[in-house]
Structure formats: structure tokens, C-alpha cells
Design a protein around this ligand. Structure first.
Ligand code: MEV
Length: 296
């Protein structure tokens, strides 16, 4: 491979079915890559390396670029179909797309492990102490069970269950992952029983998901998971109301997704056709989401 003048790469966002926050402390999480993505284009040009074009402003972007790119000579364009800061993996998708584009620009081929390791440096800029589940599933695609054991990522592929009826309700309010993770850390050990219950729920959900259990059986596990996320202090009145709205519109289960403090709710089991209008009446949006295919 050889140096290029321009390189482009994409990576999907993600949603966590169960296990957020507990995964930071070594418990497993189940997550899937979504059918929305971020695209990064790198162009060699004179001057300092900088973002030339992005759909959002974030003071941390400069540090994220320097985690992967040289200080000079590269213009960066970012495009994304992901809502930013809502638990759908906008920073993780950016991390993986950036790492992939940088490797292509330099004519390097990365192994999945190298890509994951490089992605940590970008995610750390946005999240402080990431478990790696977010950029891990954005890199892997499909649906995975992820765990960090002695600092090393352990992935297991789970079946991609298209057609199970996955919907997102976006409350429009961003959450700050670093702040939410720090808050959970500060509340330990008082919330450790809830973190352990989250981990047990992930094991139960993994078994049912892999056995092909219907949405009616999986949904209540998501709602239980939401209650535990309330117990560890990361839900908000809007997220609780969005969960109730999904359940009132026929979802089999619903939960906040990602760090919390704002962001999206994931509903499982095909809520009825009135959900988008009901969400819009609250100033939110509701849309179906698919699982992006496994990458490798
Ligand atoms: C955020 O999407 C998931 C958290 O568990 C943080 C992490 O795993 O790094 C809250």
C-alpha cells in the first residue's frame, strides 16, 4: 500500500441493549451497531491539521484529531447521520472512522485489535475512562457481547436479530458520558448491588437473545435494566417519561441507552404507529433503527 492524497472511511453508531456503566467495572454488555454512520474524509493540504467541515462544534475535536493524526498537513471533514451526544455512539463512530481513514491515508492496513487500541485514544478524549464497548461494537458491526478482562477486550458475536422491532426515542437533550461515568464512580460502593444486578440481567438477556426468544420475552429485561439504571442515578425525568411512552404504545420493553443524563431510549418489540406523533407532541422524535451488518 502507498501514501494517498485523500482517504475516506465510515463507521456505524451503536446502541447498548444492556450493561452500560457495569461494563466499566469489568461486567459484560450487549451492544449492536446501528444503520446510521459517521464518515471521515482526510485530505493532505498545507497548514495545521484541523477540522475543515463538521456537522457539530466540540472543543474536544482538536485533541481527538491529535490522538491519531500528525500536527500538520491534513484537513478533516466529518459527516454523520447520528444524533450527537445522545448515547448512539457518535464519538465512538468518529473514533473508528478517523482511525480507519488515517490508516488508509498512510497506506497502512490495521488488524481489528490495532484498530480497537487506536480508537481508545480518541474515545478517551471524549469519555475519560471508556470501557471500549462503544467503539468496540462500532468497529465490529453486528451485535456483540463485550467485556474487558485485565484491560483486554473480549468480544463474542451474537446473532443479528433483524425484525425484532427496535425503535429509538430521542429526547433531544445531550448527556455527558464522562460526567455520568464519574457520577456512578462517586456513588460506589452504595450502588454495587444494582451494578451486580445489571450484570446478571446481561447474562439472562444473552441467553434469551441467542435462543431466539421473542420480543415479548426480551422486552421486560430491558425495562428491568432501565429501573437499575434509575437506581444508579443516570436516568432523568425525560428518559423515564420516554420509557413510559414507549410502553404505553405497545413496546415490549424500553430503557435509556448509553451513559444517560439525557439522550435516547431504546424500545423493543414494535411499538404501534401512533408513537412518532406522541413523541413529537413531547418535542422528541421516534424512529425505527436497524442493526448494521458485522464487519468481519
Ligand atoms: C456509554 O455508551 C457506555 C458507558 O458504559 C461508558 C463506557 O462503557 O465506556 C456508560
Amino acid at each position: 500500500m502507498s501514501l494517498r492524497a485523500v482517504a475516506e472511511a465510515t463507521a456505524p453508531g451503536k446502541l447498548i441493549l444492556a450493561g452500560e456503566h457495569a461494563v466499566v467495572y469489568g461486567a459484560p454488555a450487549i451492544a449492536f451497531a446501528v444503520d446510521r454512520e459517521t464518515r471521515v474524509t482526510l485530505r493532505r493540504r498545507p497548514g495545521p491539521t484541523a477540522v475543515d467541515d463538521a456537522p457539530f462544534a466540540d472543543a474536544r475535536l482538536g485533541a481527538a484529531l491529535s490522538a491519531v493524526l500528525p500536527a500538520g498537513g491534513i484537513g478533516v471533514s466529518i459527516a454523520s447521520t447520528l444524533p450527537v451526544g445522545r448515547g448512539m455512539g457518535s464519538s465512538a463512530a468518529l473514533a473508528i472512522a478517523l482511525v480507519r481513514a488515517a490508516a488508509t491515508l498512510d497506506g497502512r492496513a490495521l488488524t481489528p485489535a490495532e484498530e480497537h487500541a487506536a480508537g481508545f485514544a480518541v474515545e478517551a478524549v471524549f469519555h475519560g475512562t471508556p470501557s471500549g464497548v462503544d467503539h468496540g461494537v462500532c468497529g465490529a458491526g453486528g451485535c456483540v457481547r463485550y467485556r474487558r478482562v485485565d484491560g483486554a477486550p473480549v468480544f463474542a458475536r451474537l446473532p443479528v436479530r433483524q425484525g425484532i422491532g427496535l425503535w429509538v426515542i430521542d429526547t433531544g437533550a445531550p448527556g455527558d458520558t464522562a460526567e455520568m461515568v464519574a457520577g456512578v464512580r462517586a456513588r460506589r460502593p452504595g450502588i454495587d448491588a444494582a451494578l451486580a444486578a445489571i450484570a446478571r440481567g446481561v447474562d439472562h438477556l444473552t441467553a434469551l437473545w441467542c435462543a431466539g426468544a421473542p420480543a415479548a420475552a426480551l422486552g421486560p429485561l430491558l425495562t428491568d435494566n432501565h429501573r437499575l439504571l434509575q437506581d444508579i442515578g443516570v436516568s432523568t425525568p425525560a428518559l423515564d417519561a420516554a420509557v413510559s411512552l414507549a410502553l404505553a404504545h405497545g413496546a415490549a420493553g424500553a430503557k435509556l441507552c448509553g451513559a444517560g443524563g439525557g439522550g435516547v431510549v431504546l424500545a423493543l418489540g414494535s411499538p404501534n404507529a401512533a408513537l412518532p406523533a406522541a413523541a413529537a407532541a413531547q418535542g422528541w422524535s421516534a424512529f425505527p433503527v436497524g442493526i448494521a451488518p458485522p464487519r468481519r
